[in-house]
Design a protein around this ligand. Structure first.
Ligand SMILES: CC(C)(COP(=O)(O)OP(=O)(O)OC[C@H]1O[C@@H](n2cnc3c(N)ncnc32)[C@H](O)[C@@H]1OP(=O)(O)O)[C@@H](O)C(=O)NCCC(=O)NCCS
Length: 203
């Protein structure tokens, strides 16, 4: 008898391109952003690359055997992550993507702005919830319990590493994701610059 292989596994360096593709296909408030970008690499460069580069042990992949279908990415210490983002990850991207590369008010321009002015999470959020996460699944894998399992996998690892709490930022228009997070026990902590949801870890 063969046992079914668990489709959730740790990140491997050769997953990066597939994770960038999942990011692009879920970046439009949970839907496919491919037609909305001229540069298809930008969502992955901003929302995936630094996580798998700096904290690969907190990256987990949903892989059906044919490659990545989804991921959860975490950062243990958000302030340390933001410092590395500004000092190490963004400078080469700033040279590659000048601030005026795209027409203003386009999605590409918004991501290039984040490359030049990286996001800093509000103090009120990070004080109580030092870690943060991102999760995205391709449509065929949504609604089957894999999101919950990916989050559980990451939260267990964060708790093992001593984290006391985790937050995430979400577009309030992404009602499906907001409902999912609330169902999993994440509570709104701030609406400064978007909606921030958080959950305590440990005791
Ligand atoms: C949001 C997302 C990660 C959720 O993952 P998922 O695999 O679809 O969700 P699951 O099937 O694991 O759902 C887990 C639980 O949440 C519940 N749930 C899911 N969506 C819900 C909603 N909108 N409202 C209330 N409960 C919800 C499910 O019923 C399930 O409940 P149960 O475990 O108690 O039976 C996934 O749909 C996704 O990647 N969407 C596109 C990208 C995206 O929006 N990412 C988030 C950006 S911030």
């Amino acid at each position: 008898m063969t046992t079914a292989r668990d489709p959730i596994r740790p990140y491997r360096p050769n997953d990066r391109a597939a994770l960038y593709a999942v990011c692009l296909q879920t970046a439009a408030t949970g839907g496919d952003a491919t037609p909305l970008h001229r540069d298809h690499s930008l969502p992955g460069k901003v929302w995936v690359g630094p996580y798998v580069e700096f904290e690969p042990d907190l990256a987990f992949v949903l892989d059906d055997g044919a490659g990545a279908q989804g991921y959860v990415l975490g950062s243990l210490d958000t302030r340390a992550f933001e410092a590395r983002l500004a000092a190490e990850w963004m400078p080469p991207l700033q040279r590659l993507h000048p601030a005026d590369e795209f027409e203003p008010h386009t999605r590409d321009a918004a991501l290039v702005r984040l490359i030049h002015q990286p996001m800093v999470a509000p103090e009120a959020v990070v004080n109580d919830y030092p870690s943060h996460l991102h999760i995205d699944l391709l449509p065929g894998w949504q609604g089957g319990g894999w999101g919950r399992r990916l989050i559980d996998t990451l939260l267990r690892r964060l708790a093992e590493q001593g984290s006391t709490g985790v937050f995430l930022g979400v577009n309030p228009e992404n009602e499906h994701a907001v409902g999912f997070y609330r169902h999993l026990g994440f509570e709104p902590v701030s609406s400064d610059g978007g909606l921030w949801l958080a959950r305590s870890l440990g005791t």
